[in-house]
Write a protein that binds this ligand. Structure first.
Ligand SMILES: [Zn+2]
Length: 205
């Protein structure tokens, strides 16, 4: 017999035997609730209930599925397809979401974890590239190019340049002065002259 199953096992305390049964349970996640059926093994004599890890996980996945449907949240597949469409790793997407560990993102994509409605709204906002770029700058990294793009957007590189880059910092303080003149750093400490950031919103597609 599989160790995942208690079917027919003796309940020593009462002399009964366990058999597969189903119960309805209410599961709470991220402030939401769902009623789902959960499989278990129930003693035929005293009614004692035992759940395997697999039975608990299956019920939680069912609850996640139900809540996503009830609250119209992104599905596991939608999250994964979106992430891949913008060429982000699970770790990078987590970074954009206030530094969530990548294991959380992986859990969403496997249907094991549930994103809160607030996080769901943030994920949806990332379909806008400018919003992703703002978040990436805050998180301190440069977005990878989209599939088919060869290089990151130059505006993103300038915006994400480290604060301690003296030429760029000086350029920000005195935008009219070219960075190589405004910088107090030696001129052979080469810092590329940043291209002016494109202003038109349309450039992001
Ligand atoms: Zn029993």
């Amino acid at each position: 017999m599989s160790e995942l199953s208690l079917e027919g096992h003796l309940h020593r305390r009462c002399g009964g035997h366990y058999a597969l049964a189903v119960e309805e349970v209410t599961i709470r996640l991220s402030g939401m609730t769902a009623k789902v059926e959960r499989a278990m093994f129930k003693c035929d004599k005293c009614g004692d209930k035992q759940h395997t890890v697999e039975q608990r996980e299956a019920a939680e996945r069912e609850a996640v599925l139900t809540m996503r449907h009830q609250h119209q949240l992104l599905t596991a597949r939608e999250i994964k397809l979106f992430r891949e469409s913008v060429n982000l790793t699970t770790a990078q997407l987590g970074e954009l979401l206030h530094g969530l560990p990548k294991g959380i993102v992986e859990g969403w994509e496997k249907g094991r974890y549930l994103q809160s409605p607030a996080v769901d709204a943030m994920l949806r906002s990332f379909t806008d590239r400018e919003e992703r770029e703002r978040r990436a700058v805050r998180a301190g990294f440069i977005l990878p190019p989209l599939p088919g793009e060869l290089v990151p957007d130059p505006a993103a590189i300038v915006a994400a340049a480290p604060e301690d880059s003296p030429a760029l910092a000086a350029h920000r303080m005195a935008p009219g002065v070219p960075p190589e003149k405004a910088a107090s750093a030696p001129s052979d400490d080469v810092v590329p002259d940043p291209e002016p950031a494109p202003v038109a919103a349309g450039v992001y597609g």
